[in-house]
Write a protein that binds this ligand. Structure first.
Ligand SMILES: *Cc1c(COP(=O)(O)O)cnc(C)c1O
Length: 413
């Protein structure tokens, strides 16, 4: 049996999306920038997609810029705003748990003479809004805080953050790559000025994303070329990708409640099943017992499609590989962190010790995940954990920590 529980890394394309975009490879192949009928036909579909996608977040079509994905959208938002507002100030606020696309863009700005504040998070992985308010100063030009965290599923209070930013006359960007298509988003109600989304995280194609830019905002482009996308993003439009993102968003929002109920059920099963059968396993994601369930039967601080669990005395990478042998695909936190021995920056920011972060796994589900797949995980996982603990030279956390530190040194030098 093959079980895919790494939907926060990427999702399979919905078969309906695949069949929907086929004609855009074969028949409607014109360049939307061309003024002949092939081009006009392609442009007509692109503009329909722009309008539909804008509607998903209560924006207008002139506020949507198509990009190559979440990484580019984050970079365009942060670098673009920073460079266009540098006369106003050079201070940016973000959090310690952002995706590398945001963190690395901020690091680049630091090299260019900007100041960046990285806000801490609570044990549950949530940014404190009062702390944000106190951190804003006269030179602050931009706040970038993600909506749903990709490693733990924690939901940031972006509506409150948006309000604080608007009250202080500071722009607010949110990386909504893990929430677009999964939670309701209203850029007006939430006072969002810029928002990143990426199709492959909600069953659309890879290599296509969008950036919402509130009407009237000016940002510097990060690439130079033709005059596409209001001069903000040159390059021939990815027509099949754009239409695929539109279709995927349409399905996602139509099925939102049904999908959410399904994922919540799977998530409960994963959490109860693992914590109930494996000693010394703990939930890193915000615990559903700690949070009040929202009015519409949603958790208010946790998107349950991302379950992050730690296992004492175990090295997550080894457990992930053992599960892989059983046909189960999951992840040790962020895909970018895998392959390096760096413990997850998100889990460390939540106050976990390095050895706890190293012993953590992420199981992420989608509407294509079945109860049978979860049953299979729960059948295989306990033996894998036990096997690793048996051969583990780490009878305690300190020994594991020592091992990892030593290993770390070796890899670094
Ligand atoms: C996946 C992801 C990204 C990057 O998106 P790509 O389309 O893969 O470049 C950015 N932010 C978050 C939160 C993500 O989960």
């Amino acid at each position: 049996m093959k079980v895919y529980l790494d939907n926060a890394a990427t999702t399979r394309m919905d078969p309906d999306v695949v069949s929907f975009i086929r004609p855009f490879f074969e028949d409607v192949f014109g360049n939307p920038a061309s003024i002949h009928c092939y081009g006009r036909e392609a442009m007509k579909h692109v503009e329909e997609a722009r309008s539909n996608l804008a509607n998903c977040i209560n924006a207008s079509e002139n506020e949507i810029v198509f990009t190559s994905g979440g990484t580019e959208s984050d970079n365009l938002a942060i670098l673009g705003i920073a460079r266009s507002l540098k006369h106003k100030g050079k201070h940016i606020i973000t959090s310690k748990i952002e995706h590398p696309a945001v963190l690395e863009a901020c690091k680049q700005l630091e090299k260019e003479g900007y100041n960046v504040t990285y806000l801490p998070v609570s044990r549950d992985g949530v940014v404190n809004v009062d702390r944000l308010n106190e951190t804003i100063r006269k030179e602050t030009i931009l706040v970038s805080i993600m909506h749903v965290n990709n490693e733990t599923g924690s939901i940031q209070p972006i509506e409150e953050i948006g309000k604080v930013c608007r009250d202080n006359d500071v722009l607010f960007h949110t990386d909504a790559v893990q929430s677009f298509g999964k939670l309701n988003i209203d850029v007006k109600r939430m006072n969002i000025d810029l928002l990143s989304a990426s199709a492959h995280k909600f069953h659309g194609p890879k290599g296509i994303g969008m950036l919402y830019v509130r009407d009237g905002l000016y940002l510097h482009p990060i690439m130079y070329g033709g005059h596409h996308e209001m001069g903000l993003r040159p390059g021939t439009l990815n027509v099949p990708g754009i239409l695929g993102m539109m279709k995927a968003a349409e399905i996602a929002y139509k099925e939102l409640d049904k999908t959410h109920a399904h994922i919540k059920r799977l998530s409960k099963k994963v959490v109860d099943g693992i914590l109930g059968s494996i000693p010394e396993s703990y939930l890193n994601s915000p615990s559903p017992t700690d949070v009040d369930e929202g009015r519409d039967n949603r958790y208010t601080r946790w998107y349950p499609g991302v379950v992050n669990i730690r296992f004492s005395f175990i090295e997550g990478e080894s457990l992930m590989l053992l599960l892989d042998k059983e046909g189960i695909a999951c992840s040790t936190g962020s895909a970018c962190a895998s392959g390096s021995l760096e413990p997850s920056h998100v889990l460390l920011a939540m106050g976990l010790r390095p050895e706890q972060a190293h012993g953590s796994l992420r199981f992420s589900m989608s509407r294509f995940t079945s109860i049978d797949e979860i049953d299979y995980l729960l059948e295989k996982l306990p033996a894998c954990v036990e096997r690793l603990r048996k051969i583990s030279p780490f009878k305690n956390a300190e020994a594991l920590d020592r091992f990892i530190r030593k290993h770390h040194q070796r890899y670094k030098t």
